[in-house]
Design a protein around this ligand. Sequence first.
Ligand code: FES
Ligand code: FES
Length: 230
Amino acid sequence: MPEHESTPDDTRADLEEEQADAREPDEDGAASGMSRRSFIKGVGGTAVATAAMSGATETDAAEASDGPDGVRVANITLSINGEAHAVSRVEPRTTLLDVLRNRLEYTGAKPVCERASCGACSVLLDGKPVYACSILAMDAEGHEIVTVEGLLDGDSLHPVQEAFVEEDALMCGFCTPGFVVSVAALVAENDDPTLDEVKKALSGNLCRCGTYTRVFAAAQTAARRVREGT
Ligand code: FES
Ligand code: FES
């Protein structure tokens, strides 16, 4: 089971709750316009990573407007790597990964499976690793998002990035940004993880090249660097 902020059970429970909500009329006795349930409907049954979303600022339906083809769109502001980014005309179905890569050019998070299985799209949401492919952009409003680009300190690599270089912990590199983000979350909480703790923390990330041994070594090297301040 991935160590990211969701489980299939969470997802199922969330969808059931949304479906229950959808059956309830609002104060005017009518179905409300823009809501999380419409967003969930827009991305089908794979939406996950909602456990960290309890404090989400939902885009007000009053701010939404009709876009092309009658699709409801809204303007949102996302806090990414410490900067506020205004994103206009976001559709309910649009994922955080889509906004990051195609509207804001943060291309570190990679689209691979796009169904919450591989971890290549991992970003930090309020410090926790999540799958950006499975979070709706509107639901990310009001949260602090950090991408792999945001781990840099000016031109200096983050200790985790240094550790991946030191341990030569990649082959094709496609999974690497996701692993780096997940390791950064781990060492921020635990600067002396056991190998089992490393494996558990990285269980939501897959590497098709099979570079796991070096990735695990990089995680422990990163923890040492953080511990020693190097
Ligand atoms: S692309 Fe998001 S988990 Fe695979
Ligand atoms: S290094 Fe190629 S997928 Fe991980």
